[in-house]
Write a protein that binds this ligand. Sequence first.
Ligand code: 5GP
Length: 207
Amino acid sequence: MARNKQGILFVVSAPSGAGKTTLVNKVIAALPGVGLSVSCTTRPPRPGEQTGVDYSFISRDEFTAMEQAGKFMEWARVHGDLYGTPRANVERLKDGEDLILEIDTQGAREIRKVFPESVLIFILPPSLEVLRGRLQARGGDSEEAMAARLHNAQKELDQIARYDYIVVNAEIEEATRELASIITAERCKTARVLEREKGGTYGANNG
Ligand code: 5GP
């Protein structure tokens, strides 16, 4: 049976402090066959963050060299730092792995242009007050940086109509179930199943 194993590209955006990383990590642990794209950034690591796990933490010079060599699928300046999705990460889709990109709204727009079939998911905090509290609890950001993040959060919220799904992260287990359900539903979409099975059991009678 000829199987087209192209994976599904999920783009997850959220204002920082919405709990996106915890949520995405829980879903990846729970759902086989979905991986995470580790971005490159010029931002310094926060306490507990590891290079190669949370991000590849690189210098501005390294970032510029990669950008000029065309190694990023998309990149953006966020809160004064540079963030980019390495092209090599997205190549994993060809192996049939579903992939999550945790990127901002600018990046999501770029990815949609290149991959119109990508699935865009926005994670909302229950309120801006909760967001502020989470940012304070996380630490590692100056007052100024935190104010910039809150301002940016407001701007990002204006973009949510571009997204296919919204998950409100009020309670982590519930939000995890919702995100996992979205991924599962997308995997079961008729068009995707027929594409995967082209020439196979179901694809043969298609039309
Ligand atoms: P943080 O510094 O809080 O980890 O991330 C700040 C913002 O940058 C978040 O909105 C995050 O999704 C976004 N971001 C992280 N990696 C990338 C990337 O590779 N590309 C783009 N466009 N945004 C990214």
